[in-house]
Design a protein around this ligand. Sequence first.
Ligand SMILES: Cc1cc2nc3c(=O)[nH]c(=O)nc-3n(C[C@H](O)[C@H](O)[C@H](O)COP(=O)(O)OP(=O)(O)OC[C@H]3O[C@@H](n4cnc5c(N)ncnc54)[C@H](O)[C@@H]3O)c2cc1C
Length: 320
Amino acid sequence: MNPPAIADTSTWDAHRAALEAVLVDGTRVRREEPLAPKTTMRVGGAARLYAEPASEEALAALLRAAHSRGLAIRLLGRGSNLLVPDEGVDGLVISLVHPAWSAFEPRADGCVWVGAGLRLKNLCGLAAKAGLAGFEFLEGIPGNVGGALRMNAGAMGGWMFDIVEEVRMMSLAGEVTVRAKSALHVGYRHCSELDDAIALGALLKPAGQADGDTVARQIDVYRRKRQESQPREPSAGCIFKNPPGNSAGRLIDECGLKGERVGDAEVSPVHANFIVNRGRATAADVIELVRRVRARVRAARGVELQPEVLLFGRDWEDAL
Ligand SMILES: Cc1cc2nc3c(=O)[nH]c(=O)nc-3n(C[C@H](O)[C@H](O)[C@H](O)COP(=O)(O)OP(=O)(O)OC[C@H]3O[C@@H](n4cnc5c(N)ncnc54)[C@H](O)[C@@H]3O)c2cc1C
């Protein structure tokens, strides 16, 4: 990654000072925070500004200050559905990794309140312990609740919004609202309201009570299924959305693209819809491989594959 120009540096330093001035609870705003280690693909550059707020108050103060300075705001979950560009992200990247965002609170009515920062893996484990069935399909999705809501993550026949009752969210102006599922526009790998708002947490409804061992056994079944069908190398999961009525992985495989490589980015020989990082891949390598795969599938099968993985802070259309 190229270091930012000197003039830029002082501007970003001034933004940092202005943001930190509004924070009262010790939240720090960091400069040039490397993002690759915070993603599962492990590529890309740094965030010009980065913060891990510890409370709704700190988050709201940050958002208002960033908004008033015209800064782009990007939410980072566990970074498992993101490709960070090599030049990094020009704006404020916010992560809800502070433990304050990891609530798991079963309620008397049978629902459970979960914080946006709770990892799906922990959600599955805690649900099994509490004897709550219906969340098992989330096992093995390496995101957190916030990322899973934004992406409407799905696996094994289940979708995140199958289990959502309501979502608590904050606008980029710092205002909190609670929306019932029926008031949200949700589709394949998308929740429109979260394009421009931050999920703070959600009320989830389990399928019912079950004994913990039964839930844990089902989780094991799903875990083994994944281990058998998915590559071990760093990746961002499925790189393309499945076209309606078709499988992106099958199309890519049928075009003979397994093992296709640009630098250290490779179409996984294990699962053709995964691009894996064989060691030192750059975002540019991954983007070039995405371009190549799309062109081959388009030419051979007339299908235009759409990326499922998001290009953090940029539009794929500008990059492809
Ligand atoms: C090995 C592997 C297997 C995978 N398997 C699956 C699978 O089976 N099914 C599936 O659907 N996905 C799968 N994925 C993709 C990914 O794990 C999911 O999309 C997951 O939901 C992303 O969550 P995250 O926390 O990592 O979000 P990130 O990747 O960090 O972010 C994704 C998007 O959500 C936004 N976001 C994050 N947090 C918030 C928030 N609090 N409020 C608003 N927006 C937010 C981000 O800005 C970004 O736009 C897989 C990935 C890997 C690496």
